[in-house]
Structures are given as C-alpha cells and as structure tokens.
Design a protein around this ligand. Structure first.
Ligand code: DX5
Ligand code: ZN
Length: 216
C-alpha cells in the first residue's frame, strides 16, 4: 500500500503557518494534518475552521482535519466550506453513522478515530458505514510531543484484519501521536499506511529527508 505522510501543523510556527504548509508541500508531504481542539473534548484550544480557510490558498495538499471537539455535528458545514478534504470525528464524541451522512453530504471524505483507551472494535461500524479512512490515536489527544503508546500496534492489526474481512483491505488506516523514525517501521508493519507526525517533521533539520525516511 502507498504510505502517506501527514505532518501535523500543531508543531509548526503558528505566526507563519502559510509558509509552513508550503514548506511541507515542497518537502514531499501527502496531507496537511490539522489538529482542531476545543478546550472541552480535550483541554487545549488550538484553532478552528477559520484557520483551515486561511491555509487553504497556500497548498494544494489535502487538508486532513482531525476534530477533537464535543458536538462535531455542529461544525461539519463550516469545515467543509473552509476547504477541508477529510474530516475525522471521534467515536467517543458522536454517532458515527449520522456524522458520516452529514460529512458525505458536504462532499468531504469521512473518517472516524478512537482514543487509546477505546477498543479497536469501536471502529468496525465505521468500516461498514463506508469510511474513507480510519484513525487510531497512539497518544492521549491534546498535545504534541508525547510518547507512542505501544499497545496501539495490536489495535492497528485488529483494525486492518477487520478491513480485510470486510472486503476493504486497502482502506487507509492513519496513526497519530508519538511517531518517530525509530518506531514508524512497526506502525507500518502492523497495518497502518497514513502516518501523522508533528514533532518528528517540524523539529527535523532536513524536513524532506525526514519525510522520506518516515515512509519506512
Ligand atoms: C494529538 C494530535 C497529534 C499530535 C501529533 O492530540 O492529534 O496530531 O499533534 O504530534 P506528535 O507527532 O508530536 O506526537
Ligand atoms: Zn491529530
């Protein structure tokens, strides 16, 4: 499967985020991962649809928006209008089938995510509902720069096995949090093919070389 790298702008310089997404594109990133946090579903607040709209003209890369918010159903139209290409909603925060209908009606790709403490099985209905991507958190959401939670690997395997059984062996499985050049090989071997990386990419001396090495 094609490995896609989705650097998170959470680790970028917010004072010049337009330049930062251009740098990602020049360096070979596949997606721009946008971590939206509302101060309720997770303690920090980052940014919302206005930021997505602001960066939209600066890149042709798909904007992969991870909504760490309560009541994501109230924000779908705004993010779609802002130019989001993929909207990922937490199974802990919403009814996935209802949200997927709403996201699809806006013409955006739909994705579901689970936290580290949520069992892998909670993502299975999203496969049956026609998910375009699945996301597994490998840290507790809210902050960049945390350590990868090793138990995630078994969950990735379980989700990939389910996708195969369900007749969707090529479904994109994304992993988010604590991914480094050292552990990315095990993440890919477990069955993930979309790799979020914040600190690893933005702290790199050579962003393009780091993105290339993250492909495993
Ligand atoms: C955590 C975010 C992640 C985070 C990843 O809540 O969803 O996308 O920014 O950052 P690193 O790669 O630094 O763990
Ligand atoms: Zn994220």
């Amino acid at each position: 499967m094609k490995i896609k790298i989705a650097p998170s702008i959470l680790a970028s310089d917010f004072s010049r985020v337009g330049e930062e997404v251009k740098r990602l594109e020049r360096s070979g990133a596949d997606y721009v991962h946008c971590d939206v946090m509302d101060g309720s579903f997770v303690p920090p607040i980052t940014f919302g649809a206005q930021m997505v709209k602001a960066i939209r003209p600066h890149t042709s890369l798909p904007l992969d928006c991870h909504l760490m918010v309560l009541h994501p159903e109230t924000h779908i139209e705004d993010f779609a209008a802002a130019g989001a290409d993929i909207l990922t909603v937490h199974a802990e925060a919403c009814d996935i089938p209802a949200l997927f209908k709403k996201i699809a009606a806006c013409g955006v790709k739909k994705s579901a995510v689970i936290n580290p403490e949520t069992p892998a099985e909670k993502l299975f209905p999203a496969v049956d509902e026609g998910a375009d991507m699945l996301l597994l958190m490998s840290v507790h959401p809210g902050w960049g720069g945390q350590t990868f939670i090793g138990e995630t690997l078994k969950k990735i395997e379980a989700v990939r096995n389910y996708c195969v059984k369900a007749g969707r062996p090529e479904l994109d499985i994304e992993v988010d949090g604590g991914v480094t050049e050292e552990n990315v090989g095990s993440v890919i071997a477990a069955g993930a093919n979309v790799i979020v990386a914040g600190s690893t990419v933005f702290k790199a001396k050579d962003m393009a070389a780091t993105i290339a090495r993250l492909r495993g």
